[in-house]
Ligand binder design. Sequence first.
Ligand code: SF4
Length: 211
Amino acid sequence: MSQPSSSQVFYLCDLFASIQGEGTWSGKPMVFLRFWGCPLNCSWCDEPLHKDPKAKIAMSIDSILAEIERIGPKIPAVLLTGGEPLAVKELPMLITALKKAGKWLGMESSGVGYDIPQGLNWLTISPKKVISKEKMLKANELKFIVGPQTTKLQKEEINHWAQTHPNVWLQPISDGDIPNSKATEICLDWVLTSQGRLKLSTQIHKYLKIP
Ligand code: SF4
């Protein structure tokens, strides 16, 4: 693992405590560390902060650790999310520091960026384009965002992974803060006819109106 350097700076756009609202760990308290920036530009992206230059905050490893301790002293889990954490070359340094601090560490990624770093306790890949089989198989869960525009090819890819991976979720695309109703209908029908291979990710934090 890369050794942390006190001068290394990371660009974040948010750092907050809440519960995980999606997928396997729904309801689990976590500190969310949201990286600024993403190499992709999905039209439905529901995290606009990562593109806002005014939201970009430079933080050293020590200041990130101190802020995690300040906002979530009794929360052992940290989720690296974005934006795109995997596009941050120096990410392994931060992972080393967080592991030294005793954190349970999860990461949510589109799979676009560098190799999957070591030291994670949990990896969610939510692919927005075709990702290598090697990376997909390293994920503990796969989460596909589905909407009325999802193509036949994308559906074939999802059906392939539904047969290949043990933990696959469909998440309806959002219209702002609520799921698109047509997308929900498509996902529900797909999940109900998947012979138990697919699950519906419901983003409970949006219904609870919490971050
Ligand atoms: S990959 Fe995720 S963070 Fe990046 S633009 Fe797409 S939805 Fe937004």
